[in-house]
Design a protein around this ligand. Structure first.
Ligand code: SF4
Length: 231
């Protein structure tokens, strides 16, 4: 798990949008936020395992990835997207693991920070709803350099835009640029979805890499294969 904080000690204000003014956090404020996040036990009575918030953030991050919630592998390793879903997401982005886990560039802050448990019918439970309500309004202002937010799956997208269909949003990704890029959750089921929706590989993935390169201020992303494994 990466908890890096390298903001300069500062109290200046910046204007992000004409009507939005954000007070930058001091190093001390950011460290306090990290400590509060790491020690959170708010919904522990609903969790099957001990609370273990998993995320990576730094004030310098230029891309924010908003996923669902850690699975058991991520819980055990303490590293978000450290599983086949993460492999698929990295494949879409053209990222190797080193780039993906560089918290100075990439923030990863899911809708639920702790493993929520399994549904009886299979699959993981939804992220705990109190988690986003408690933390997102504190963390988003602590990431003032984010140029692009990847909304991975329905929970992140519904939080941002209200209820809607993931496939529709992904197909019409241009409607949400330049701030947001909606993506499907990269679970094993998405392999079938990708084959049923070839426009995702042909149109969305190249555009995604272009937007990621823009956000990171690099000429282009490495053109790795977009082939993913069927987990
Ligand atoms: S899921 Fe979120 S609210 Fe619940 S204990 Fe973990 S960090 Fe706290």
């Amino acid at each position: 798990m990466a908890f890096h904080a390298r903001a300069q000690e500062r109290t200046t204000t910046i204007t992000v949008l004409p009507e939005v003014i954000i007070q930058l956090m001091t190093d001390t404020d950011f460290e306090k936020l990290l400590q509060n996040l790491k020690s959170c036990t708010l919904c522990s009575e609903h969790l099957p395992l001990e609370p273990k918030p998993i995320f990576q953030i730094a004030p310098s991050a230029r891309i924010l990835i908003v996923g669902q919630a850690p699975g058991t592998k991520a819980h055990l390793s303490g590293q978000t997207f450290n599983d086949p879903s993460g492999d698929r997401l990295r494949s879409w982005l053209g990222f190797d693991r080193e780039t993906f886990y560089d918290s100075q560039k990439i923030a990863i802050f899911p809708m639920g920070l702790c493993y929520p448990g399994r549904l009886q019918k299979g699959g993981d439970k939804p992220p705990r709803p109190e988690c986003a309500r408690l933390w997102r309004h504190q963390v988003i202002p602590a990431l003032p350099n984010v140029q692009l937010t990847l909304l991975v799956g329905s929970y992140a997208q519904d939080w941002q835009f209200g209820r809607g269909r993931v496939t529709d949003r992904v197909r019409h990704f241009r409607d949400f640029l330049p701030r947001f890029f909606p993506l499907p959750h990269p679970s094993w089921r998405t392999g079938l979805w990708e084959r049923q929706n070839p426009w995702f590989t042909e149109i969305v993935i190249p555009a995604l890499r272009q937007e990621v390169a823009r956000a990171l201020n690099v000429p282009e992303m490495p053109q790795q294969s977009v082939q993913t494994q069927n987990h």
